[in-house]
Design a protein around this ligand. Sequence first.
Ligand SMILES: Cc1ncc(COP(=O)(O)O)c(C=O)c1O
Length: 392
Amino acid sequence: MTQTAPSAQTSDVPEYTPLNRHRLIAPGPVEVAPDVLLALAQPQMHHRAKEGIEKLMYARQQLSQLLGDPYDAVITTSSGTGAFEGALVSTTPPGAKVVNAQAGKFSERWGQMAQRFGYDVQIVAKPWGELLDADEVAEACKDAYTLCITHSETSTGALHDLGAIAKAARAQNPDLIIIADCITSYGVAELRPAAWGVDVIVSGSQKGTATPPGLGFVLFSPEVQTRMIKDTPHGFYLDMTRELAGQKAGSTPQTPAINLIYALSVALDRLLAVPLDVLWAEQHRKNTALIAAGTALGAPAWAARTSPAVAVLRPPAGVTGRQVAARLAALGQRALAGQAPHEDAVFRVSTMGYADRYDALAIAGMLEDAFAALGVQFERGTGVQAAWQALK
Ligand SMILES: Cc1ncc(COP(=O)(O)O)c(C=O)c1O
């Protein structure tokens, strides 16, 4: 690829742009399949009626199946952050030591949350874009009650080695409770919580499960369920001990978002139509295609160990992350710039959700259009060709 300094001038959007299909190519909320959306247009059901109870129980069973381990699922009426909050306060007693391993926007959030609740928080940090060190995290966990960690860090595109970190931490402290933010790895990246020794998995509906926003998921290992806190002083609505007992019996203590739960089931039927390793491998290939396209066009990945949920790419010289995202937006495509304070250092595109390998090719083409409009010099077709190679 030849690359010269981009011209400052950007051309107008093409005249055909109003004909473009608007797509969500950001790492959540993601595209949702038509049958999932249609499921939201059914006559209102009652959550205490037989039909409502069956829908809840079926969705919970599907969520365990998507995890691949016999963990029990709680569905919260919240985004993923609410689910994480419930998981933390329902497993970790007031004042306990919490280790927060952080290397990006989302992992930082769990430290802030734990501090707000008055836990004794120890932060183990790496700069954004870098990988967490298993030994460093494990050392801090020696006398801790709980470790809060993010598997797929959506702000940097790093997939932290959750298996290695959990193993090292548990070797130091067999009683440690490990809560993993798998908000963009659940149903997306290889995740083996039972084998890795991760007690609690947290996610949300608008990511890998390709459902509209509004549901959180917490999956509890059988062992951690014996240690959950009764009547936590830090939560009532998000008391997962009460919620888990209720949901196991087919009844939520509060009114659940039953319509979304039904829609979730329709989306999960599609994901569960193939074995988990096929699902993970295809998501990996799609994202590798985005990274290959970016790299061929002068926009390589930020992280060394990349998450299959999102391609976090450094824009070509002279172009900013915000410019790339804005240009894609002008073409009707919703991508994201980096997260503050790295808005211009990277941009983010994703094929998570209702998107297939052919969408990955389309995104490679969009990157070519966006870069060309921003004055980047490259040979047309280079990005799409690289994406095709990665998909083979
Ligand atoms: C890794 C990660 N953690 C946490 C969150 C926050 O989730 P929510 O917005 O569903 O509360 C996100 C959302 O993008 C995420 O990607």
